[in-house]
Design a binder for this molecule. Structure first.
Ligand SMILES: Cc1cc2nc3c(=O)[nH]c(=O)nc-3n(C[C@H](O)[C@H](O)[C@H](O)COP(=O)(O)OP(=O)(O)OC[C@H]3O[C@@H](n4cnc5c(N)ncnc54)[C@H](O)[C@@H]3O)c2cc1C
Length: 346
């Protein structure tokens, strides 16, 4: 039902989140242009009650959302600059991420191949600085355009202002609930050597053929790995990795390594270590376990799934139980990668 403000009311979000959680938004709209979205934003009384939803592949909706959901569907792709080696593309928020990766490769531009098959929209890509197989999108972002909700002005933030980090950006911190990404400006290249350093990717490429590897080979290898390894949200509701891989210092790492020689960790600059969150969760015995309809995936301890008609509360309870056990066993606080939207807390 459409109300007079242009928002639909009591709108089911089941098809708009990859966990497949069956909750409702009090108000929902899908603007087809940036101008239409600006008008809708003028109608929102309090931006703390605004949720921007792309593909819903990085959110956990806990309870009905009593506020305003805006689902951008503007989808223009424009070439801003182009020469023989490099181009700048402006891509609007509603474009599907994997479509963009495939399309850019078809047009002969390289860079995004390692990020194939990540679900979701272009508008969400800079929010957590999506990354996979040795690449983060920050590497190719030239600028981010968006609507500043305090001034209602459209702004362009150069890459340096976006404060990109591991699954992090200014949009999750100082600009949270204050800025809606309307488009990203990407810098893509021709004749660029593909990045094949990531060990799983390298192994897959070696299985496929002998080197040298083209960008298309990398794209295909990434698609093959992801199709084989990751649960498809179309068949089992999930939002990919639920937690980030935590970082610890050298002292903490040494203590853990002595106690657990099989600890899975990667050295970082500055004597810090990134610990595989999946290993921590598995060690606590959570792999495959369930709370109600929510479960830890039997093959991926980092992926929580909607096994059968789970509620957002059940998935959240499962996440909290895991966080508690990991802290008690290893002294490590897990940080969530998935954005938990607790609607009923308003
Ligand atoms: C099977 C699976 C595999 C995945 N693999 C990866 C992976 O390899 N690497 C990775 O980084 N991620 C991965 N993800 C997570 C997810 O796909 C990405 O984070 C993706 O960018 C989310 O896009 P979305 O449009 O679905 O965002 P949503 O889930 O709709 O939103 C995510 C967050 O961004 C905010 N947001 C969305 N759009 C905008 C906008 N236009 N302006 C401002 N804020 C906005 C939302 O409010 C929310 O807080 C995976 C998820 C799944 C289900």
């Amino acid at each position: 039902m459409k109300n007079k403000l242009g928002f639909q009311t009591s709108f089911s979000l089941k098809a708009y989140n990859t966990f497949g959680i069956d909750v409702r938004a009090a108000y929902f709209a899908s603007p087809r242009s940036i101008g239409e979205m600006q008008e809708l934003c003028h109608l929102v009384p309090d931006f703390k009650r605004l949720l921007v939803l792309g593909g819903g592949s990085n959110v956990l909706l806990v309870g009905d959302f009593p506020g305003y959901v805006i689902h951008p569907i503007f989808q223009r792709i424009e070439v801003l600059e182009e020469n023989a080696d490099r181009c700048l593309w402006r891509v609007e928020a509603g474009v599907n991420w994997h479509f963009l990766v495939s399309y850019s490769l078809q047009q002969g531009w390289q860079g995004l191949e390692n990020l194939a098959l990540i679900p979701g929209s272009v508008g969400a890509a800079p929010i957590q600085n999506i990354g996979a197989y040795g690449i983060e999108i920050a590497e190719f972002i030239y600028a981010v355009e968006g609507l500043d909700l305090s001034s209602f002005q459209l702004l362009t933030l150069p890459k340096q202002a976006c404060e990109f980090g591991y699954r992090d950006s200014i949009f999750k911190k100082a600009l949270k609930n204050k800025f809606i990404v309307t488009a990203i400006i990407l810098e893509l290249f021709r004749n660029r050597q593909p990045n094949t350093e990531y060990s799983t990717l390298k192994q897959e490429l070696e299985k496929m053929k002998a080197s040298p590897y083209s960008t298309q080979d990398v794209f295909e290898a990434v698609c093959r790995i992801r199709r084989r390894k990751l649960p498809d949200p179309a068949t089992v509701g999930n939002a990919g990795s639920f937690f980030k891989n935590p970082e610890i210092d050298f002292k903490h790492y040494t203590l853990l390594k002595e106690k657990h020689p099989d600890l899975v960790a990667f050295a970082l600059p500055g004597k810090r270590y990134k610990i595989a969150a999946g290993w921590l969760i598995e060690k606590c015995g959570w792999k495959g376990r369930a709370i109600g309809g929510a479960a830890v995936h039997p093959h991926h301890a980092l992926v929580l799934v909607n096994k059968k008609d789970a509620t957002g509360h059940e998935i959240l309870r499962l996440a909290e139980a895991i966080e508690k056990d990991v802290y008690e066993n290893f002294g490590i606080t897990l940080e969530r990668e998935v954005n938990v939207i607790e609607g009923n807390s308003f």
